[in-house]
Write a protein that binds this ligand. Structure first.
Ligand code: DGI
Ligand code: FE
Ligand code: FE
Length: 188
């Protein structure tokens, strides 16, 4: 591991709760494996995986306050569903507090929760690594999405988005238009 990655890891270990940090390591290594599979830059994938949830070091209410403080504009959907905020805040913190200036890494962090149409390979890798990392609780369809991530990444993204949407609809959560758009785009 490079010195940069080691430094970020040490900082995050202090900031995040134990389970969140463990999840973060799982996403980092899974993103690394996917980067090897799809010829993506390995260090970029590891960095994005490591930092993807760095915005989750405090509760949602504090995340909103931090966004106000740093003039990060939140959409009405993000205010309606505060579980989304850590992605945008995370991209900001990755840049300002962890010294990342690579837009591919910052975008992958920014879109890791909702996805987006036309995702880059790095976006897809982090979106899926977050969903399939070894520490994730087993849910129906997960085994198939784990396999698909390494065999047919477009189809994996489609099923991941579909499964998330299905869960949100069933549990009557507010759905961000972007979450819906991701599914619609990858379905066709
Ligand atoms: O941060 P993680 O827990 O590792 O995972 P995540 O960033 O993918 O997602 C956090 C939560 O956000 C997860 O329970 C799914 C949820 N989510 C994704 N899209 C939407 C959403 N929640 C709402 N309310 N609306 C959405 O559109
Ligand atoms: Fe997240
Ligand atoms: Fe995550």
């Amino acid at each position: 591991m490079t010195a940069d990655l080691e430094n970020i890891q040490k900082k995050l270990e202090k900031k995040l709760k134990k389970e969140r940090f463990q999840h973060t390591l799982g996403v980092m290594y899974t993103a690394g494996a996917l980067a090897m599979r799809y010829n993506e830059n390995l260090e970029e994938a590891l960095t994005a995986g490591l930092l993807h949830d760095c915005g989750k070091y405090c509760p949602a209410k504090e995340q909103i306050k931090l966004c106000q403080k740093h003039h990060i504009k939140l959409t009405s959907a993000e205010l309606e569903a505060p579980a989304l905020i850590h992605a945008k805040l995370g991209a900001y913190l990755a840049e300002k507090k962890y010294g990342v200036d690579n837009p591919r890494i910052l975008d992958a962090i920014r879109y890791h929760t909702t996805g987006r149409p036309h995702m880059s390979m790095m976006d897809k890798i982090i979106y899926l690594a977050d969903y399939i990392e070894p520490g994730r609780k087993m849910i129906p369809g997960l085994t198939e999405i784990r396999e698909l991530s390494f065999t047919d990444i477009e189809q994996a993204v489609c099923q991941c988005a579909g499964s998330t949407l299905n869960y949100l609809e069933k549990s009557k959560h507010f759905i961000d238009p972007m979450t819906k758009q991701t599914y619609e785009y990858y379905k066709s």
